[in-house]
Design a protein around this ligand. Sequence first.
Ligand code: SAM
Ligand code: DTB
Ligand code: SF4
Length: 325
Amino acid sequence: MQQTKRSNRGLARGGWEGAQAVALYELPFAELMFRAQSVHRQNFDSNRVEIASLLSIKTGGCPEDCGYCSQSAHYDTGVKVTRLMDCADVVAAAQRAKVAGATRFCMAAAWRSPKDRDLAQVCDMVSAIKALGLESCVTLGMLTLGQAERLAEAGLDFYNHNVDTSPEFYGRIITTRTLQDRIETLEHVRKAGIKVCCGGIVGMGERVEDRLAMLVLLANLPSHPESVPINLWNEVEGVPVNDTAERPDPIALVRLVATARIMMPKSVVRLSAGRQYMTDELQALCFLAGANSIFIGDVLLTTRNPKADRDADLLDRLGIASGLA
Ligand code: SAM
Ligand code: DTB
Ligand code: SF4
């Protein structure tokens, strides 16, 4: 039953207009929250949050110029470049994540796209993660259909590939990879039968309209992403986004989460990067607005995340159980 509730299969194309998203977002706060909570409860247990864990399996030296990212070779950020990790080390990290309470293990590599030899190694990691009883997710950059099919054969559950921002703001942040490139990778992932994890970043200096245009883009994909990560930009020294970044007003963030919940009712909305800037109260409001996934662990890829005991304490005080059940 829960499986059916959470499956996005058969979800019709959104057909969302920008003005509809704006109208929702601008509702009086209590009305917006009521609607978001109603939608949330129709589709999920609102007292449960998915716990995911993230590991950078290949860090830094990336040829892309994403203006927010510590791992781009275009900027001097002080991040140490590493080679692809050994499978055994990745499995050991996944085992620790499972003990810490994660049900999904996400592996990220700083590539424009994977090379065939690297992909074979990642496929081995995916199979090993699955054997531990964890859901698997990888983010490796752009994929051909053939590469997506190889990952599907290895048992991959989710592929993370974000649209990052609105079509209008996109070119201010990234020039080496187009939004259309990203959409094509998402099509390959879908065609291979892998579930899609796709969202973006707020706090890079975009307007509220850009954030809503990003939601419209996501909600109008041929089917809604099963997972929608909403990242608050995590500060990184030496990247261009530093010049434009502006942390959103907390209430604006809650409104955005609520709007995402209403526009993509069956998607798991993850409060992704940037939780270390949020108060407990803000996170609680985001959960009330329909966010139902977080990353645990002291670091994300290269930046900080709240400490495990702070997260455990917060979930405990809110009476939130881990796992979507
Ligand atoms: N290289 C792969 C790619 O971009 O396709 C995967 C890794 S990349 C780090 C995954 C996503 O993390 C990005 O698309 C972006 O949305 C998010 N991200 C990266 N750096 C971030 C930062 N400093 N703050 C918040 N989110 C960030
Ligand atoms: C996503 O949307 N957020 C995660 C995951 N997908 C791979 C990454 C967050 C990265 C935060 C910056 C860092 O730690 O380097
Ligand atoms: Fe490379 Fe991904 Fe960072 Fe862009 S977000 S620079 S593709 S690691």
